[in-house]
Design a binder for this molecule. Structure first.
Ligand code: GLU
Length: 272
């Protein structure tokens, strides 16, 4: 029950990289998709669509965006119907996030944040992550601290990527239970659910381990653990055949998701 994440911080325009990454992840199955990027004024701009990636592409052709920093998502809904408002990225004017997995304590977090004046616009569990990070950003005035404080509050399984307005040289990723990899490209750093998504940019990859989170800027990548200590993880050189093998894991993956559907549906219903 996890779908796909892509993130990019590059000197090149990254819109196409994000779309291409999503296209490479679509073998996992999905019901909607979206991207968030920073525009020329360093503000968050989102494009989302329900259904096929072609719908997102059409949306982007009508309302193009160009950027050097962004995140993208294909969604397999667990909480909230597969509609455009529930499609990721979820965002405030300060923080955009994409999330794979389930945030089990989202109801408590939502009540707490609504109490502080946050207004939610989707039925997803994921949206709490964007509001929580915004809340901690307001309190601490520091994006990295905001991400760390947010991660400490989340229960459940997740891979998350964070993008902050006014920070066009910063991207965060975190993993607990859902896969996430860092790709080291010649022209920037990338995040992806697997090596297949990152294949056009690089074959040098670090798979985050559970509890890891990373802070990416264009010339630096720092990986930390849940005690906020910097740690080192191996960089793997992925060869093409293993990338292809990963792609052929497709049938198996689809079946896994089909088998997981009854739980997903039960969880969705319990929300309403
Ligand atoms: N639980 C989240 C949602 O329903 C993420 C689903 C996913 O992993 O795609 O939006």
């Amino acid at each position: 029950m996890m779908c796909g994440i892509i993130g990019a911080l590059s000197n090149d325009d990254i819109t196409e990289i994000l779309l291409d990454g999503l296209k490479r992840l679509e073998y996992r199955g999905y019901d909607s998709s979206g991207i968030a990027v920073l525009n020329n004024h360093n503000q968050i701009e989102r494009r989302r669509a329900e259904g096929k990636l072609n719908n997102l592409l059409r949306e982007l052709l009508e309302n193009p965006v160009y950027s050097h920093a962004g995140i993208g998502h294909i969604r397999w809904a667990t909480h909230g119907a597969p509609t455009t408002v529930n499609a990721h990225p979820h965002a405030t004017d300060k923080v955009a996030i994409v999330h794979n997995g389930i945030i089990e304590n989202y109801r408590e977090l939502k009540v707490e944040l609504e109490g502080k004046g946050h207004i939610f616009t989707s039925d997803t569990d994921s949206e709490v992550i964007a509001h929580l990070a915004t809340e901690y950003l307001t309190q601490t005035k520091n994006a990295e601290t905001a991400v760390y404080e947010t991660l400490k509050r989340l229960e459940g399984a997740f891979a998350v990527a964070f993008l902050f307005s006014d920070h066009d040289d910063l991207l965060f990723g975190a993993r607990k239970g859902s896969p996430l990899a860092i790709g080291y490209g010649e022209n920037g750093f990338f995040l992806g659910s697997d090596a297949t998504a990152l294949a056009p940019m690089t074959n040098k990859i670090t798979y985050l381990e559970d509890g890891d989170w990373c802070i990416l800027s264009r010339d630096k990548c720092v990986i930390k653990d849940m005690r906020n200590q910097a740690i080192s993880r191996d960089i793997k050189q992925v060869n093409l055949s293993s990338v292809i093998a990963e792609k052929e894991g497709y049938r198996h993956f689809m079946l896994k998701e089909i088998f997981e559907q009854p739980t997903a549906i039960a969880q969705t219903l319990s929300v309403f």
